[in-house]
Write a protein that binds this ligand. Sequence first.
Ligand code: ZN
Length: 225
Amino acid sequence: MIKKILFILIFNSIICYPNEKVSLSEIDYFKTGRGKPVVMVIGGIHGDEISGIEKAREFKEYKISKGTLVIIPEANKEAVRNGNRTEYYMQDLNRSFFQNNNDKSSKKAQEIIKVIEQYKPNIILDCHESYYNYDENKDPNFYIGNTLIFQQNTMDEYPELIFSLLEEGFIPLQGAEKGSLNREVSEKMNISVITIESSREDTVEVRKEKYETVFKKTLKYLKME
Ligand SMILES: [Zn+2]
């Protein structure tokens, strides 16, 4: 009897990877598995982009066969709670990375950077929503739906993955904004980042499928599924 129970305990510890919640002062993250490779998913840098937040919450329950998943479903908790892009007393979190400011958003950005330094992800997937489908002749603040944004380092490191994602219909964009996680982490830390911009012209369910496509292809490429 004792042997049997021991066996079950050992078996469970190998096969099941319950996620572990880690709470820092500004952000919470969820960690599943251990070792390399490491995939990090971020939702809620903008608190009103609900599909990425909901999908990141689902990803934290995902089972993997090797490596580590690090998920931050609500990067800006206050904005997520209130359904705002950014709170009135904060700067835009996605303009606050490596900007040496001393405000609330910069503190959140610095904590996210600390988690990135700790886990050194092979790739970061940052989930966002745009208002409308991509239109090169219109304002990129509103018309970048169904695009993937990445810098040259990500293209150099993951060309096959990128091409397989473009086959799914995403449009590739370069030139993320100064202070954005994408641009600053790519340039200053040389870590690959893909920002997924879904489109509010699609239903929430369709938007969530877009993140899932990128997530699953990334896990498959890194042999973590
Ligand atoms: Zn956004």
